[in-house]
Design a binder for this molecule. Structure first.
Ligand code: PMP
Length: 321
């Protein structure tokens, strides 16, 4: 392992221990009892889809809240459809399985919830027709995942975001994440925290696992869904908070690279990063180089909402215990 690779993997969530309870093809079993063969199609060809959401631990009330419990299974169902795969169970059944898994694991901390559906046929051949699929859900503590508390420094990547006519960016297809990993590698190897990818048209798309928002002249702008981005669940929640709680104008429109250099505030949203301020792009200071007031307020509102402390947003979360 190179130094860069080691640093990146240390930041990732890990299985709590090999005894973690997971769901795999109809059974709840121990993580170490799942065996996936070397010839598994998805391992070679990236033929799978995944999703992810977070559960937020409220230590004060001894409660864990899953964010967007049903919605992220709905997004995954749509991703699966793009690959002509079928997600087993209804969204509500999947949520019930997730609740059962969390309770069995007795998690009392922030966790990451990762369902994955993948081509499981063990045979040489890059294809998606007439293929067996496997489905799993696993959970991992999330406290160390993208745990940036201060503003971060980003690099515009030389890797363009995959376009919809190559690999559907919105589908959260496992193979597409090579694109994200390469941009991240380039950014961290150059001493930055994270990458920002442009799409093939040169428009600002997103980070490797984050959506991006720009604050400019009292308004907020974020790239539209047609600019090869993932329809982030956090993006959706933040859009609602901007409209309803901040009462600021927000536009979904294409953004050009140099608009980033001169904007007032910039931030990422995502399951991993939640709301994270970007204070530098390509060694150019954003605003005064510290977290701006709009980002700060959105961070507070988002945290309150996922911990059920913001009236009117209770439907965003599902309590576990
Ligand atoms: N873009 C990409 C490429 C992602 O993988 C993610 C993470 N799912 C996001 C944006 C943010 O989406 P979410 O808010 O649902 O985590």
């Amino acid at each position: 392992m190179t130094t860069v690779a080691r640093a990146a993997s240390e930041a990732a969530p890990r299985v709590r221990h090999p005894n973690t309870w997971v769901y795999f093809d109809g059974d709840i079993c121990r993580y170490h009892d799942v065996h996936i063969g070397l010839m598994t199609n998805a391992l070679h060809y990236g033929t799978g889809v995944y999703d992810g959401t977070r559960a937020y631990w409220d230590g004060e009330h001894g409660q864990l809240y899953i964010a967007q419990g049903v919605e992220h299974f709905e997004r995954m169902r749509r991703s699966a459809k793009t690959l002509e795969m079928t997600l087993p169970h209804t969204n509500e059944e999947l949520l019930d399985i997730t609740l059962e898994l969390i309770r069995r694991n007795e998690f009392r901390e922030d966790i990451y919830i990762r369902p994955i559906l993948f081509a499981a046929t063990e045979e040489i051949g890059c294809r998606l027709d007439n293929i067996d699929v496997s489905f799993a859900i696993y959970l991992a503590p999330a406290n160390r995942y993208a745990a940036w508390t201060d503003g971060i420094r980003c690099k515009i990547s030389s890797w363009r975001r995959v376009s919809d006519d190559a690999i559907p960016a919105r589908a959260k297809a496992t193979g597409a994440y090579i694109n994200c990993a390469l941009s991240k590698l380039e950014a961290t190897a150059s001493g930055f925290d994270e990458a920002i990818m442009l799409n093939r048209d040169g428009h600002v798309a997103e980070g490797p696992v984050e959506n991006i928002f720009m604050v400019k002249k009292g308004g907020i702008v974020t790239p539209p869904l047609g600019d090869d981005i993932v329809e982030g669940l956090t993006r959706g929640m933040v859009l609602e908070l901007i409209r309803d709680e901040l009462d600021l104008p927000v536009t979904e429109r294409s953004i050009q690279r140099t608009e980033l250099y001169s904007c007032d505030e910039l931030f990422f949203t995502g399951t991993g990063v939640r709301v994270t301020s970007i204070v530098d792009v390509d060694d150019r200071r954003i605003g005064d180089g510290t977290e701006g007031p709009v980002t700060k307020r959105l961070k507070e509102l988002f945290r309150a909402a996922v911990l059920r402390r913001l009236p009117g947003r209770e439907h965003w979360t599902v309590p576990v215990y």
